[in-house]
Design a protein around this ligand. Structure first.
Ligand SMILES: Cc1ncc(COP(=O)(O)O)c(C=O)c1O
Length: 401
């Protein structure tokens, strides 16, 4: 295998629509969009014990857990253990939910009242798509690079409600919209290769629902620039929270159009009124039915670790490392998938499943994408050049299938 000595540069150029932006410094303070302090990589890495053992490049599936988040969750469990779960416990859960909602809202750049707490990206997508009241005669346009998390909701629309689902190439989504299209539902960042949704979707006047599983926490999100009406994200991936957490933005305009088809007391404004209770006015009407104090604390603690590191710096470091790594891999003779200014790097493998297992034995955690010839590395701000170089070194000579 060709070995190329790598210098992880201080600057790497990336840039476009709600992905990462131009001319970045990986280390040291630098003036990009004003003065953004760089990530203290050593301190950030220290939060994630798994990085001591592995080159952990798996946040596109499940992010590494930070210590501080674990401590927050443990404190909640200890309280429950010692004090039981009384009215004060429910009060505490409501407080933790509000803290998490505010953290997600700050990251998305919207008011907390536009943010619902979910258990997953998939749940958020299903909530919105299932509530649009679509039926025969409606068409939802989606792309050829979608994850089953979105495809499941679209399949339900087709099979249960008779909605037509049309598929277009991800890069040409905006051009594929016709007068028959009722709504668009696709990824913000493709899970297959890390490319970014076309900016022209923002011009559409029909609802645009984005799957942000590979977006939120990974790349900056400007909801206005994206022009989306709903954005669903995962808590467990780039936000390093627990499985079973997620975020759903619904614009105030769309909120009025989405029927809340599954309701529980958390969605009701005055649960004591029973059947007569109005729904909550804000996005809490879409909240999932139940999140534990420990899950909320873990998610909130993880969010805090990353926001303390500084979101702009977190995004820029991750995207710059990924960009540099993609170039580095291409230099070794691997085919790197077409990608965008994001944190995912997919590269060819003659036998992705076997190679993924072999890499894991060498302490490098990536995933294969079923049904494709790609392996995918997820590069976070918590990674460094040594992690990525460990992956390059662990790769066996590549022979195209
Ligand atoms: C693009 C995309 N959408 C949806 C999902 C499903 O996410 P969740 O488990 O949060 O529903 C994933 C998970 O990998 C994903 O990559």
């Amino acid at each position: 295998m060709k070995r190329v000595s790598v210098a992880w540069p201080r600057r790497a150029a990336v840039g476009s629509h709600s992905g990462c932006s131009a001319a970045l410094a990986i280390d040291g303070p630098y003036p990009a969009h004003g003065y953004i302090r760089a990530v203290d990589a050593a301190a950030l890495r220290d939060e994630f014990p798994v990085l001591r053992r592995f080159a952990y490049l798996n946040a596109g599936t499940d992010g590494p857990l930070p210590r501080r988040a674990l401590a927050a969750a443990q404190a909640e469990l200890e309280r429950e253990l010692q004090e039981g779960r009384t009215g004060a416990h429910f009060q505490r859960r409501a407080e933790l939910a509000q803290i998490l909602r505010e953290g997600y809202a700050a990251l998305l750049g919207c008011p907390p009242s536009d943010v619902a707490l979910t258990t997953s990206t998939s749940e958020g997508l299903g909530t919105v798509l299932g509530g649009l009241g679509l039926g025969p005669g409606d068409e939802v346009l989606t792309s050829d690079e979608e994850h089953p998390g979105l495809l499941g909701a679209l399949q339900a629309l087709r099979d249960v409600s008779g909605v037509r689902i049309r598929i277009a190439p991800f890069a040409r989504m905006a051009d594929a919209v016709t007068a028959q299209t009722t709504a668009v539902a696709c990824s913000h960042v493709s899970w297959i290769n890390g490319s970014i949704v076309p900016a022209a979707l923002a011009e559409l006047e029909i609802p645009v629902i984005l799957d942000g599983a590979q977006g939120v926490g990974a790349v900056p999100i400007d909801l206005a620039e994206l022009g989306c009406d709903a954005y669903a994200g995962a808590g467990q991936k780039w936000l390093c929270g627990p499985d079973g957490t997620g975020v759903l933005y619904v614009s105030p305009a769309l909120r009025e159009r989405v029927a809340v088809t599954r309701r529980c007391y958390t969605n009701l404004a005055q649960a004591g009124l029973g059947l007569e209770s109005p729904l909550r006015e804000d996005a809490r009407r879409f909240d999932t039915s139940s999140l534990s104090a420990e899950a909320l604390a873990l998610a909130g603690g993880a969010l805090r670790v990353l926001s303390d590191a500084g979101w702009p710096a977190v995004h820029e470091r991750a995207c710059a490392l990924a960009e540099t790594f993609a170039e580095r891999l291409a230099g070794t003779g691997r085919e790197v998938a077409r990608r965008g200014p994001s944190t995912l790097v997919s590269f060819s493998s003659a036998d992705p499943e076997t190679e993924r297992e072999q890499l894991a034995r060498d302490g490098v955690i990536v995933r294969n994408l079923p049904g494709t010839s790609w392996l995918r590395a997820s590069v976070g701000a918590w990674n460094d050049g040594a992690d990525l170089e460990r992956l390059v070194r662990a790769l066996r000579p590549y022979e195209a299938a």
